[in-house]
Write a protein that binds this ligand. Structure first.
Ligand SMILES: O=C(O)CCC(=O)C(=O)O
Length: 303
């Protein structure tokens, strides 16, 4: 059983600075993993608890190839059980603390379901998808919701690549026609790195890895015949983040929720989830519970 809040050690923080990622083998208790996984089938079958559609939706049962990766972003809008994790203060606190920020604001949530034979996900840097935000930086907590093993296409990262002097450009990530690591090889060449080392993040269900927004990562083909690889990712901006002027930078999902006439981020779309003095945006308090505040077995069983 994991107890929140988690106290990160100095060694863990310094590993994150140096390597650009940090693994916690135990983060979510199994009942919470199960509760989250149960929500995905109804969501992909268009049974949306709130009636609201997600921001991104790839892979539909009956319409897409059976082996297509199913991915949704902005799931918190559709389902308040999912939102209770997307808006967990603890995740925002850990993401923000690793980055050295004094507050964390919700940026995005995504689920990634890779059935047997699912194709790879191209290597990329998450910050490239948020250049319409200042500062253009996010930290992501990627949580395994099944056994995340190399043969099932778990996440792969390149230690230290968050410090590489190179650029990435937004691209379609699902089912690349070319080598899914090609963007990585190109970036390594630009940064003058002869042989980048790759690490497959193998985790039990409920384990997580925190990713620096400039860390190169992707995931391989699910080569198994019977294992669906599931994960859920929550990304955080610094609490004081705002928009670039209109037309500057990339970020088509974020920009949808821009208010005209101001560069401020609206707390109804990007709630502040953690600050040291306990402030949370009204939306986060009114919309759902916080899944990581109710960690007794009785509370989880009743939820
Ligand atoms: O889960 C995956 O395979 C990819 C996830 C990813 O790229 C991300 O969360 O940024």
């Amino acid at each position: 059983m994991t107890h929140h809040p988690i106290q990160l050690t100095e060694a863990q923080s310094s590993q994150f600075q140096t390597e650009g990622f940090l693994v916690l083998e135990r983060f979510l208790p199994q009942p919470l993993v199960d509760r989250l996984v149960e929500r995905f089938d109804p969501l992909f079958a268009t049974q949306l608890e709130t009636g609201v559609y997600p921001d991104e939706w790839h892979g539909r049962p009956g319409l897409s190839q059976p082996n297509a990766t199913r991915q949704m972003s902005g799931l918190w809008r559709c389902d308040r059980t999912v939102a209770s994790l997307s808006f967990a203060a603890e995740i925002a606190r850990l993401n923000a603390t690793l980055a050295g920020w004094t507050g964390g604001r919700f940026a995005m949530d995504s689920c990634w379901l890779k059935p047997p034979d699912a194709p790879a996900v191209s290597f990329h840097r998450n910050n490239s998808y948020a250049s319409c935000i200042v500062p253009s930086t996010m930290i992501t907590c990627w949580i395994a919701l099944s056994d995340a093993i190399a043969s099932a296409g778990t996440l792969e990262v390149v230690p230290g690549s968050h410090r590489w002097n190179c650029v990435d450009q937004p691209r379609f990530l699902h089912a690349p026609k070319d080598d899914y690591r090609q963007p990585l090889w190109q970036a390594a060449a630009e940064a003058g790195i002869a042989q980048p080392s790759l690490v497959a993040i193998e985790l039990p269900p409920g384990g997580c890895v925190f990713l620096h927004g400039d860390l190169w990562h992707g995931s391989g083909h699910n080569t198994t015949t019977d294992k669906t690889r599931r994960s859920f990712a929550v990304s955080t901006f610094p609490a004081g983040a705002c928009f670039q002027p209109p037309g500057v930078g990339y970020g088509y999902i974020f920009s949808r929720y821009r208010r005209m006439g101001t560069q401020e981020m609206d707390e109804s779309f990007f709630p502040i989830l953690w600050t040291p003095d306990g402030y949370r945006s009204p939306l986060a308090k009114a919309y759902c519970d916080d899944a990581l505040l109710a960690q007794t077995p009785e509370a989880i069983a009743q939820a």
